[in-house]
Design a protein around this ligand. Structure first.
Ligand code: HEM
Length: 411
């Protein structure tokens, strides 16, 4: 498919900040893709709907900068309050290194495996005993809060509070303007959480760390170009919390919802656990927890025939690119037998590729295994009358709750 010439490209009636549209956009996205790769949309954005162009943009940080993210143009964010995803050179690379050290280094994934499995087993047990429950509030959400809490070295008793803080931050103005009514930056707007995390860093600096815990590893990581001050380490920890809780909750929720809605898939996964990784990739592809990413043109550029001025904000349509018919045969269908499962863009692409992807996949794998162990096919279903409601953030996709009820065993 090729893009029609620049000025002739009509504006499309799509608002990326309207969750009523973004959560139900599949037909609209298919229409976008038929029209071409790039189209102006509401709010002075252009939307990129094809896979090849979306990936090329994410790879070309020099032309399509992530700096600024969704913030108002020109707003300067101090490093201690930044999201690593919105950092550019030179500080991005060392900051990313610290986050990667925390989420992937020092054998952490190997150590996480038994902890994650024990957590998913423990959380599903009371739901199975009762025969009913909410797989988001009682399962997906606490799994992610306890795993990130474990990663940071928090006591388990504090993890519910961690989830609440993370949720409050995610829906607050802080992520856009870096302030709320309460104050500026994390320390002004969320002082309790900031003090909690800084207290952990200070304790570690005072010698309480084991040397092998996440904060010790961040402090000791060989990354030049970033001062290991308490606020900077707290920034890395916050990125793990905010990057790793709601997103993974949504992945687990979207996948469990698919399993409960598709009896054939439910049976296939129960009978062959080796299909679970493929199901995770298909869920990520068709229901990406992060629906789109925003970049800003650093210079005038032409993208498949459409002229973009310096400063133009570009919405990289992850959700649409993942269903691009040029890349995926039978693109709208959930198929665990695809040859090309992994190239979806749900963890991003290029310099900012998600540092928590292996941990998120591990959590999803364990969540599905524990669920299938206690709820074999035919033993649970979506509660009668259940209708999926999506979390309100327009750039994210995940169910608010998944009510299930157990079914009596069939002889
Ligand atoms: C299913 C779960 C997850 C999804 C869908 C997801 C999605 C993403 C995406 C799309 C990006 C790229 C952002 C961009 O290019 O602008 C990203 C970056 C990032 N993610 Fe994740 N993420 C998930 C889980 C996690 C976890 C578990 C952690 C932490 C343990 C994490 C930490 C980060 C960090 C720190 C970055 C910034 C990387 C950089 O800019 O260099 N994410 N994630």
């Amino acid at each position: 498919m090729t893009q029609r010439e620049g000025p002739g490209v009509p504006q499309l009636d799509f608002d990326v900040f309207d969750s009523a549209q973004t959560h139900e956009m599949w037909d609209l996205m298919a229409a976008f893709r038929r029209q071409g790769a790039v189209a102006p949309i509401r709010g002075d954005f252009v939307y990129v709907s094809h896979y090849a162009e979306a990936r090329a943009i994410l790879r070309d940080e020099e032309t399509y900068s992530n700096v600024g993210g969704m913030r108002p143009t020109g707003l300067e964010i101090p490093l201690r309050d930044a999201s690593i995803g919105e950092l550019g050179p030179p500080v991005h690379v060392p900051a990313r290194k610290l986050a990667t050290t925390a989420a992937q280094g020092g054998g952490v994934l190997k150590r996480a495996r038994p902890f994650v499995r024990a957590t998913t087993d423990e959380l599903i047990a009371p739901i199975a005993e009762r025969g009913s429950g909410d797989l988001i509030g009682e399962y997906a959400l606490p799994i992610t809060a306890q795993v990130i809490g474990w990663l940071l070295g928090m006591p388990k008793a504090d993890c519910a509070q961690l989830a609440e803080w993370a949720e409050e931050i995610m829906v607050s103005e802080l992520t856009v303007t870096n302030r709320t009514e309460r104050g500026e930056g994390y320390s002004g707007a969320f002082p309790e959480f900031t003090e909690y995390l800084e207290g952990m860093v200070e304790e570690c600096l005072a010698g309480a760390g084991s040397g092998d815990d996440t904060i010790s590893r961040i402090l000791a990581a060989p990354a030049e170009g970033i001062e290991r001050s308490v606020p900077n380490v707290r920034m890395v920890l916050l990125n793990l919390v905010l990057g790793g809780t709601a997103t993974t909750r949504d992945l687990i929720g979207n996948l469990l919802l698919e399993i409960l809605s598709a009896p054939d898939l439910y049976v296939a996964l129960f009978e062959d656990r080796e299909l679970i990784p493929a199901a995770i990739e298909e869920s990520l592809r068709l229901a990406p927890p992060v629906l789109y990413l925003i970049r800003t043109c650093t210079r005038a550029v032409e993208l498949v025939g459409v002229k973009l001025a310096a400063g133009q904000r570009v919405v990289v349509g992850v959700a649409s690119a993942n269903r691009d018919e040029e890349v995926y045969e039978d693109a709208e269908r959930f198929r665990v037998d695809r040859a090309n499962l992994a190239p979806h863009l749900s963890f991003g692409y290029g310099q900012h590729f998600c540092v928590g992807a292996p941990l998120a996949r591990l959590e999803a794998q364990s969540a599905v295994e524990s669920f299938l162990d206690l709820f074999p096919p035919g033993s649970a279903r979506l509660a009668p009358g259940f209708e999926c409601e999506w979390m309100p953030l327009p750039y994210m996709l995940g169910p608010v709750r998944i009510d299930i009820e157990g079914l009596p065993p069939v002889d």
